[in-house]
Write a protein that binds this ligand. Structure first.
Ligand code: C5P
Length: 315
């Protein structure tokens, strides 16, 4: 996440994420799943512009930003992942601001503009990242000056992935995803991400999944990440939600088969899908792989890389 200020307006670049490892230990009595995941923020961004104003109301406007990939899909007439975004009270950004106002005991107002690029129902954390961006922006614009740990408590009430985005960079996340162990800055990791024409519902995928017996742990994959050994990392990729997602969408197995024929360091689905990604040797290699995938018409194809640093500018 990148935060900047222009007069009293706060602008946040809200990144997507990939899960390099995701293990499910058990189903909890509250319906959530106990898990361990290695998440990495990547440089596909939504942009949130937050301007404080007088009064009590918070106004949100949002729409898809015409990024290069959406133009490419439109040019091909391809089915694309740019679905309706909830504008009203269902939008996680508004829920986050409302919850922050409750916790802070303030009734401050704002106008928020959200430019979306991260595809929805993709396992890339777009809505969660937007919510984290809204919390960070309000914290700065309204001069709340809360530390990240306090914002993360509010974030965890709203969604399991939201606290991660307040820290950014890379982290091992546990519990239902809200317990964050941040990892240090790492060498750049180049990836190609495909969001097929159909998305997946997170709740449906979790409902379908079976906890591991015995479970794997994230120690080795974390070591590979921290040492920047990307070929090793590629061999250790793991996502326990993938078999469940394969039962719900034919796209996952289709993409797996396609990626098996490509010369990449490793590949798998991200989060609860439906996005599928590959680790590449460098940016040039990623562009080559992305070019091949675009010719196959498998949906939106992104070249991306891990964010270089953790969240900057959060007071
Ligand atoms: O926390 P969040 O609202 O993002 O989760 C969406 C849905 O995903 C939950 O309602 C739940 O069905 C499922 N989920 C889960 N276990 C987790 C995280 C999410 O079962 N650790």
């Amino acid at each position: 996440m990148r935060i900047s200020r222009h007069a009293n307006t706060v602008i946040v670049q809200a990144p997507a994420k990939l899960n390099l490892f995701l293990e499910i230990f058990s189903r909890r009595s509250d319906g959530y799943h106990e898990l361990e995941t290695l998440m990495v923020a990547i440089n596909i961004y939504d942009t949130l512009v937050f301007t404080p104003r007088s009064g009590r109301e918070v106004h949100l406007s949002c729409g898809w930003s015409p990024g290069l990939e959406s133009r490419r899909c439109a040019a091909r007439g391809a089915a694309s992942p740019w679905e309706a975004i909830p504008h009203g009270g269902d939008n996680l950004v508004l829920k986050a601001i409302e919850r922050l106002r409750e916790h802070a005991g303030v009734e401050m107002a704002a106008t928020i503009n959200l430019g979306k690029r991260i595809p929805a129902a993709a396992g890339l954390g777009g809505a969660s990242s937007d919510a984290a961006a809204a919390l960070a922006a309000a914290n700065a614009a309204w001069n709340l000056n809360w530390p990240v740990e306090r914002l993360a408590e509010v974030a965890a009430e709203l969604g399991s992935d939201i606290p991660f985005f307040l820290y950014g960079g890379a982290a091992v996340c546990r519990g239902r995803g809200e317990k964050i162990e941040p990892l240090g800055a790492m060498p750049r990791l180049d990836v190609v991400v495909v969001r097929p024409p159909a998305g997946l519902s997170t709740a449906d995928v979790y409902r379908q999944c079976r906890p591991a017996d015995p479970p794997r742990r994230a120690d080795e994959v974390t070591q590979a990440w921290q040492q920047g050994r990307h070929a090793w990392l590629g061999r250790l990729l793991h996502n326990r939600l993938q078999p469940a997602a394969e039962q719900l969408s034919p796209w996952i197995a289709r993409l797996k088969q396609l990626f098996q024929r490509l010369d990449v360091l490793g590949h798998q689905m991200s989060g609860s899908g439906s996005s599928y990604f590959a680790l590449c040797r460098n940016a040039r290699h990623a562009r080559l792989i992305a070019g091949r995938l675009r010719m196959l018409g498998v949906g939106a194809v992104y070249c991306a890389a891990s964010e270089r640093s953790r969240t900057l500018g959060l007071v």
